[in-house]
Design a protein around this ligand. Structure first.
Ligand code: BGC
Length: 385
């Protein structure tokens, strides 16, 4: 008997609850009465998008180790940024009897048939960091405050240019400064939140002439970077330099949504004679933002090459994912702190959102090292273990 775990026993009548109890105890993958099962008999599929970015490796490992500590069996898969691979891995998890799924999607709309199969078998689905869209078969969303990430990136760009302080208060510096805008992958729901958040902060300074997007490429479609690819970002930056800065003008700032994209932008700029530090003349490295506090970028920030990043503590996100999965398996509802923002096109998905922190050079010690996210040695080497 397939029982929908998502309903929770409180939503069921007493007699049905008794029937459920009688049907339970079939072990991993039975999708019945998981509340009474021993965690070691329950298996959780964890689907991560890629191993090319350090943050997703950390996410996968954190979720896996925390689930294992709670006693669950874990099937962790990385999909190599390939949509069919991710679909096939999730199919396999379902076939092998997953009792819950935690999924960070590559393309937020590409998993509908897998999620229908999960729903048909009563398997709860937790959307991890990237909202799964256009389906009712997603139960819960754990992420960070993604609009706030964008606002923080916009403020970091203005701060890097000296136009505002770190709190976003204008300094009176009016430029004009040349900037360029990069966005993430349009199939990732987060990309729009980051870009909109950043533009909400930056747009007034474009409107008053303090900032000039010299290429004229101001829409998210023009700024987007498919699959958040470092190489794609490097090529676009090279093209922008060729098309818009061949008159002796220089780029003063670049809005970048992700550290890998920032590194592609930096490579293009270095190849064109920028940097490596603000002291270099006549082409100082522009103020460049980022996200994820990837170790290679933290080193670039320590070295004064990249200006800032946004730190998202993936250990805390893993905790929320594990708490949500555990709640469903115990036939309870996970605790949400946002039930309005994340409309996936079919329904508003209840969410637990975590706060983020901007990291400039001065914050590496207090934010990243004191929290033991990295050691001082890792920052110095630009590599984590
Ligand atoms: C995540 C970001 C990450 C980006 C690229 C987004 O969905 O929220 O933290 O930088 O994907 O991996």
């Amino acid at each position: 008997m397939a029982v929908n775990k998502k309903l929770g026993l409180t939503a069921l009548g007493a007699s049905l609850a008794l029937t459920l109890a009688a049907c339970g105890g079939e072990g991993a993958g039975s999708n019945t009465n998981t509340a009474d099962a021993d965690p070691s008999d329950l298996s959780i599929g964890v689907s991560m998008p890629t191993e090319t970015s350090e943050r997703w490796i950390a996410d996968g490992e954190n979720v896996e180790s925390q689930l294992e500590e709670a006693g669950y069996t874990v099937d962790l898969q990385f999909a190599g940024d390939d949509i069919p691979t991710q679909a096939q891995q999730i199919d396999q998890m379902i076939v092998e009897g997953a009792d819950a799924l935690i999924v960070a999607a590559i393309d937020g709309t590409a998993l509908s048939s897998q999620l229908q199969a999960a729903a048909d078998q009563g398997i709860p689905v937790i959307s991890y960091d990237r909202l799964i869209r256009e389906t009712e078969n997603v139960d819960f969303y754990v992420s960070f405050d993604n609009f706030r990430v964008g606002e923080a990136q916009g403020t970091a760009l203005l701060t890097g240019l000296g136009v505002t302080d770190e709190e976003g208060n204008p300094t009176g510096v009016t430029g004009p400064f040349n900037i360029e805008l990069f966005a993430g992958s349009l199939d990732d729901n987060n990309a729009g939140f980051f870009f909109d958040g950043a533009m909400s902060v930056i747009q007034p300074y474009i409107d008053n002439g303090t900032l000039v997007v010299k290429s004229g490429q101001t829409s998210i479609e023009q700024a987007a970077t498919l699959r958040w690819s470092q190489e794609t970002a490097q090529r676009r930056m090279e093209d922008l330099l060729t098309s818009s800065y061949n008159d002796g003008s220089v780029v003063n700032g670049v809005l970048s949504p992700y550290d890998g994209i920032s590194r592609g932008i930096i490579t293009a700029l270095q190849n064109a004679g920028y940097g490596p530090t603000q002291d270099a003349q006549p082409r100082p490295m522009p103020a460049i933002t980022g996200q994820d506090a990837e170790i290679a970028s933290v080193k670039l920030i320590a070295d004064g090459v990249q200006d800032s990043t946004i730190f998202k503590d993936t250990r805390l996100l893993a905790e929320q994912a594990v708490a949500a999965a555990t709640a469903y398996l115990e036939e309870e509802e996970p605790e949400a702190n946002d039930t309005e923002t994340y409309d996936n096109g079919v329904k508003v998905v209840p969410a637990y959102l975590l706060p983020v922190e901007t990291v400039y050079q001065d914050d590496i010690e207090s934010v990243l090292i004191e929290s033991e996210y990295y050691t001082a040695e890792e920052v110095a080497a630009g590599q984590s273990d």
